[in-house]
Design a protein around this ligand. Sequence first.
Ligand SMILES: Nc1nc2c(ncn2[C@@H]2O[C@H](COP(=O)(O)OP(=O)(O)OP(=O)(O)O)[C@@H](O)[C@H]2O)c(=O)[nH]1
Ligand SMILES: [Mg+2]
Length: 210
Amino acid sequence: MKILDSKFVESAYKFSDLSESDLPEIAFIGRSNVGKSSLINALLQRKNLAQISKKPGKTRTINIFEVSSRYGDQKGKLNFADLPGYGYAKIPKKMQQAWKTLIDNYISKRKNLCGLVLIVDIRHDADKKDIEAKEWIVSHGKEILLVPTKADKLSKSQAAIKIRTLKDKFLLLPHHEIIGFSSKSKIGKEEILQWIGQIIESATNGDVIC
Ligand SMILES: Nc1nc2c(ncn2[C@@H]2O[C@H](COP(=O)(O)OP(=O)(O)OP(=O)(O)O)[C@@H](O)[C@H]2O)c(=O)[nH]1
Ligand SMILES: [Mg+2]
């Protein structure tokens, strides 16, 4: 899939504040500070469309971006959704709960949500919250792509070993893909765009979106 253009559409603190959309949507989910917003910017070839920070907890709302793309001969539009990160202990309990509710509602109720990119840090072991997120996504029948990011922090061979270990830890099924990525070297970018293109193509066959 080739990206032609992208723009910010809206932010929402609560699921009910989000406008309905009839464009197929791909969401980016993962722990705080793992690199969700950086991945979105890399895919869209934008420096700071999704806001990035060294401090965890930068993305506090669901942020929707509209993307114009080309896949094969087809031109079309889709949405990217940047979700707030989970698992950051230093924010107040109340806010952690509000984000969890927001993400849970989003995955279970967003009608045009076709697939989720679950991002983990390639240096870390799969933790309980990441596995829970994967189970929650799969249980709602959504497509999932696991992306271990910050691959530039490991050697190529270390990264390959880590990817195999994560595939086992997450109990990924044969049709579930895992693609290592780095927002520094952009390794994995084309494969991730290819995955998104395929999901959107099969999701929009016919009249029903996802
Ligand atoms: N080395 C390296 N650093 C990265 C990579 N991706 C993100 N970072 C850095 O990690 C930090 C967090 O990146 P963000 O993209 O803001 O992460 P996020 O998951 O959106 O964070 P929250 O919105 O706070 O949940 C920033 O300092 C980024 O520059 C990567 O692939 N390699
Ligand atoms: Mg972010």
